[in-house]
Design a protein around this ligand. Structure first.
Ligand SMILES: [Zn+2]
Length: 272
């Protein structure tokens, strides 16, 4: 074996070693969120997919005339996000330095998400139809930001790859015969239309409550937010956000059980 081949073999081995195996994406914080996760793709690969998908989403909305039309709502959401962002350092040191982006799409949809790397999108219907307060918006954003901090999408793609079911996503990630359009579509499926597990949802609730409390938003809004969600569900059809975020009494009970942990952080924030 030539020295080059040996070097190449070692390099490949090392890169696979760094990509496979378990790790935790965050420190535990007060709420304890450092479960070990299976990761088979790199953060950089997911961030690239996210950036492309987010740009496509913005371009599509801009063409339809629905991007950032409500300037007052945009300002409101960006102000709340800007108070949450620095708090992310409790869970991971790199997150405050992410290229955060916050935009609002005018839509009747009840939806919001934060893609890997801090790309936030809020649909106006969520705020308008549920008449959300600033505290409740902070709980929603805190929850969605937490999915990005914990890299739940990366974990989900990794689990799918381990099960060899994410052929399209895997092919796109590794550039196997997919154009950039294919990459953006795969990104949409993996990063926007994601259905997280109940474990992921619980982690995002816990971290999100702590982020909101530290930023000076009342964590008790977690209870009223999810009560509003339950009412929205019982009003007829199930909104997009609720099909991926089950609203039920057990969720509210878990949030209530965390209040003694996060209320002191809210009090210490000095922003009540
Ligand atoms: Zn969620």
């Amino acid at each position: 074996m030539s020295s080059f081949r040996i070097f190449a073999a070692i390099s490949l081995g090392l890169s696979l070693a760094t990509l496979s195996g378990c790790e935790t994406t965050t420190s535990g914080g007060a709420v304890g969120a450092n479960r070990s996760q299976l990761m088979l793709v790199s953060s950089e690969q997911l961030a690239q997919m996210a950036a492309q998908s987010y740009a496509k989403l913005q371009a599509d909305a801009s063409r339809k005339g629905t991007l950032n039309q409500d300037r007052a709502m945009l300002q409101r959401v960006r102000t709340i996000a800007s108070r949450l962002e620095p708090q992310t350092r409790v869970f991971r040191a790199d997150a405050p330095g992410w290229k955060w982006e916050v935009n609002v799409i005018t839509s009747n949809d009840l939806n919001a998400f934060c893609m890997p790397g801090g790309k936030i999108m809020v649909y106006s219907g969520l705020i308008n139809q549920l008449h959300l307060t600033d505290d409740e918006i902070a709980i929603v954003l805190g929850h969605e930001i937490s999915h990005a901090l914990r890299e739940h999408s990366r974990e989900q793609v990794s689990q799918a790859m381990a099960a060899q079911t994410a052929i399209g996503v895997g092919a796109a990630l590794f550039g196997l015969g997919e154009g950039s359009a294919g990459l953006a579509n795969a990104g949409y499926e993996a990063l926007i239309a994601t259905r997280f597990s109940r474990t992921d949802e619980s982690e995002a609730d816990r971290i999100g409550l702590e982020l909101a409390a530290r930023a000076g938003y009342d964590p008790r809004a977690g209870v009223t937010l999810w009560q509003k969600m339950i009412n929205a569900k019982s009003g007829g059809h199930t909104p997009e956000f609720l099909s991926s975020h089950p609203a039920d009494s057990s969720r509210i009970q878990e949030i209530q059980s965390l209040l003694p942990t996060v209320m002191p952080l809210y009090a210490a924030s000095g922003r009540r």
